[in-house]
Design a protein around this ligand. Structure first.
Ligand code: UD1
Length: 376
């Protein structure tokens, strides 16, 4: 018979690794809880996965499902069929899923149907845009989860609006920012050779990987042209996501507008260092909107909606439209010195401690936590 309660964490893609690292570290403070890590292999190449495990001090996964790429149905189904026997063999008391990728939903669905309680970290985020695959993953994962760990008060309100029981919801803060704060003071500089040559604030960082922005070559070309135009001669350093690089392969690579310089995908610490030194960040990522807010770096988001509305009201973020039509005006404002006021401190770096306390308490391995986050 097994004595210690067991948690099975499931991760699959780059942003998941950043979120699970501080949670696993915080749970080590509860030595009576046993932890196991499953990597679905949704992200598999070393630049997207292995390097992140090293950077973040993550343990070698106990199970690597090696699902790889595919359509949404193929990928989700592959995680489900390969995760089910692992769940059976490990017989955990709790499954922890993070974020909103296909692996998140697939693992939650398998666990919930086998009667294993699911804890969702980053519960309640909503862009209210169902054309984003992540939005569908969020809504469904939240319906399947018994423990809902919301990053903000607004996310908790979204969960209540969707009929989730109030006693299942705890506002804990953003665990991604715990990771950022743990690394911020020891980052490498220069992040890449190009950054050394250009100097701090001498460049803009660009990331693009949303299907809506990068899967159509004409649309991607139009966005890149607007970025180059708005940068007005400031070099744009562009670590290219594999999804985006497929489109920029061959001839198209030569058609990048002048001033936009492609880079390989960077590891966690080098990418954070690149953002710290940037004059501004242009992105369509969710997490980067929060990271730039925490760093105080101006962020322009190439989308119409955000799942992180506080970055617009309390942070440096500005939505410039899915076609980047608002980017030139936003950059002109920045050059004219019209930038957001310094931000209030939104995070205390203890989100993952609160997550660990809630999980341990659920497993009977700790008293009910008293440390609740003030409204954010
Ligand atoms: C996924 C997540 C997205 C997250 C992003 C972070 C979903 C629906 N989307 O999107 O929320 O923001 O990860 O990067 O889960 N590829 C490689 N090597 C890899 C991984 C992917 O070359 O290690 C290529 C493959 O050609 C693949 C494509 O990238 O088809 C897309 O990968 P996939 O995991 O399906 O989705 P992302 O666009 O990365």
């Amino acid at each position: 018979m097994r004595g210690m309660p067991r948690i099975l964490h499931v991760v699959g893609a780059r942003p998941n690794f950043v979120k699970i690292a501080p949670i696993m570290a915080a749970l080590r403070q509860h030595p009576v809880v046993e932890q196991r890590l499953v990597h679905t292999g949704q992200h598999y190449d070393p630049r997207m996965a292995g390097g992140f495990f090293d950077d973040l001090g993550l343990p070698v996964p106990d199970h690597d499902l090696r699902v790889g790429s595919g359509t949404h149905a193929e990928q989700t189904a592959a995680v489900m069929t390969r995760f089910e026997p692992v769940l059976h063999a490990e017989a955990p008391d709790l499954v922890v899923v993070v974020g909103d990728v296909n692996s998140t939903l697939a693992a939650a669905l398998v666990a919930a149907k086998r009667g294993v309680p699911v804890a969702h970290v980053e519960a309640g985020l909503r862009s209210h845009d169902r054309s984003m695959p992540e939005e569908i993953n969020r809504v469904l994962t939240d319906q399947l989860s018994a423990i809902l760990l919301a990053p903000t008060e607004q996310a908790a309100a979204n969960l209540r609006h969707d009929g989730r029981p109030a006693d299942a919801i705890t506002v804990v803060g953003n665990v991604m920012i715990d990771t950022l704060l743990a690394h911020r003071d020891t980052l490498p500089w220069p992040a890449v050779d190009e950054a050394r040559d250009l100097g701090e604030r001498g460049y803009i960082v660009l990331t693009l990987h949303r299907p809506a922005n990068v899967d159509d070559p004409a649309r991607l070309a139009a966005i890149l042209a607007r970025v180059a135009d708005a940068a007005a001669g400031v070099p744009v350093l562009f670590p290219v996501h594999p999804r985006t690089s497929r489109l920029l392969a061959g001839d198209a690579a030569g058609r990048l507008p002048a001033g936009v310089r492609p880079l390989e995908p960077l590891g966690y610490r080098r990418f954070l260092a690149l953002m710290v030194g940037a004059a501004a960040v242009i992105t369509d990522s969710g997490g980067i909107q929060e990271e730039t807010t925490a760093l105080g770096v101006p962020c322009f988001t190439v989308r119409d909606t955000t799942e992180w509305p506080r970055t617009l009201t309390a942070g440096t973020n500005r939505l410039v439209g899915a076609n980047a039509a608002g980017l030139a005006d936003a950059m002109a404002d920045l050059r004219a010195g019209r930038r957001p006021a310094p931000m209030p401190r939104l995070e205390d770096g203890r989100a993952s401690t609160r997550v660990a306390d809630v999980l341990a308490s659920h497993l009977g391995a700790a008293p009910r936590p008293a440390d609740r986050l003030a409204a954010v």
